[in-house]
Write a protein that binds this ligand. Structure first.
Ligand code: MN
Length: 248
């Protein structure tokens, strides 16, 4: 079994080191990750300059690009063999509801999935990797289960782990995405030279967080496992707007 490990926090992140170590028990691991923190990069591709793949002293490879670049370059050009599994993370903080649209952690896994490979994104709901050992144990269990009982076709799974000691985890739950309120406004500040600058504000709070959602699972101390699909199409819009467009 060949496993490609990536992330969006950068190849130097404690989260990716922990995930790579956990995956070593299952097969041959290659780490290809961004050289800088590219959290929030979503599915962006670098098209305006060439990409390099360099190796760090610990054996990890790093790329001057985005999480999507890393997986794309690794699978389609850099790796000698196609991986059997792509895992991404362990991200420094959760990726829930609409976060999945912006997340580079999810994007790295999504790129694997778009290339036809089973892929899993792992995110830990703490800042600064508190209870990283819990996330490692969860990643091990998820991958062991995927290997023992593989789903009928390649899937994209978004796994979020509560920041709790492993013994306090309240089980695993298959979930759907919740919904957030709209994001908070940007914060305005001034640079030392007096220029107005804008900091991205915090995401919106939990709007749809009822039973069955990823929010709810985490709120209840459960590991949230959300199957994701890649389709921005709007079937309701298709139904409603046919008449509208015919009047143009
Ligand atoms: Mn990140």
């Amino acid at each position: 079994m060949r496993i490609l490990v990536s992330n969006d926090d950068g190849y130097f992140s404690p989260g990716i080191a922990a995930l790579a170590q956990a995956m070593a028990a299952f097969g041959q691991v290659t780490v290809v990750a961004p050289e800088a923190d590219r959290s929030g990069a979503s599915n962006s591709l670098t098209l305006d300059r060439p990409l390099y793949v360099r190796q760090s002293a610990n054996g990890f490879f790093y790329v001057n690009g985005t999480p999507t670049d890393c997986v794309h370059v690794a699978v389609t050009g850099f790796l000698e063999h196609r991986p059997d599994l792509v895992v991404s993370g362990i991200n420094n903080s959760s990726n829930l509801a609409e976060d999945t649209l912006y997340s580079g952690t999810v994007a790295a896994a999504m790129e694997g999935y778009l290339l036809g490979i089973p892929s899993v994104a792992f995110s830990l709901a703490s800042r600064g990797f508190e209870h990283l050992d819990t996330a490692v144990d969860v990643a091990r269990r998820v991958v062991a289960h995927l290997m023992a009982q593989p789903p009928s076709r390649a899937r994209l799974l978004n796994v979020n782990i509560p920041a709790l000691p492993y013994g306090d985890i309240n089980g695993f739950e298959l979930t759907r995405l919740g919904r957030r309120h709209v994001a908070q406004p940007v914060e305005i500040a001034f640079s030392p030279r007096g220029e107005k600058v804008y900091w991205g504000g915090p995401p919106g709070g939990q709007r749809e967080a009822g039973p069955g959602t990823d929010f709810n699972a985490l709120n209840q101390g459960r590991v949230s496992v959300t199957p994701l699909r890649v389709d921005l199409g709007d079937p309701e819009g298709l139904d409603e707007l046919g008449t509208w467009l015919s009047g143009i």
